[in-house]
Design a protein around this ligand. Structure first.
Ligand code: ADP
Length: 136
């Protein structure tokens, strides 16, 4: 059904990541591909000064290892991508750069601050140029 699916995974919510990756495996065409993406959040200068110099590099390495483990566990044969920046913006940029035809994203448990959709899911739904499946 879809040729290129982006599956953005928050390393703090790997269970949700596994669930949306399973959806991607169901929906990808034979010969299509899945991109597993984590975005290491950029840290403002006034905070990063308190952190080890290699903090971002270490986060990227940790994320790549977690995504590789998830890939092997599910047999998804996905490509692993890591980017640095704001999650929503980088998910949207990765979707465009890779000509994705679907992004599958998990939704946040509703609370008062972001009713129904989490802020990342919300922004991706609003701005994506391709289809977005929000997993509940
Ligand atoms: P927020 O805490 O901004 O409300 P969400 O709960 O909306 O975040 O996140 C929903 C989904 O967005 C996550 O399950 C995941 O699919 C994606 N996502 C959030 N943060 C990241 C990240 N840093 N890297 C990759 N995907 C992410």
């Amino acid at each position: 059904m879809y040729k290129k699916i982006i599956v953005p995974v928050d390393i703090g919510q790997l269970d949700k990541g596994e669930k949306i990756l399973a959806k991607a495996i169901e929906l990808v065409d034979d010969g299509g591909s899945i991109l597993l993406l984590n975005v290491a959040e950029d840290i403002p200068g006034y905070i990063s000064i308190e952190l080890p110099v290699d903090f971002i590099e270490a986060s990227i390495k940790e994320a790549a290892e977690q995504l590789t483990a998830l890939n092997e566990k599910t047999g998804a044969k996905a490509q692993i991508l890591t980017r640095v920046g704001s999650p929503a913006r980088e998910i949207l940029a990765a979707a465009e750069e890779n000509a994705a035809d679907l992004v599958i994203i998990a939704s946040h448990r509703p609370d008062f601050s972001n009713y129904l959709l989490g802020s990342t899911a919300d922004r991706v739904v609003r701005h994506a140029k391709c289809s977005v499946l929000v997993d509940r």
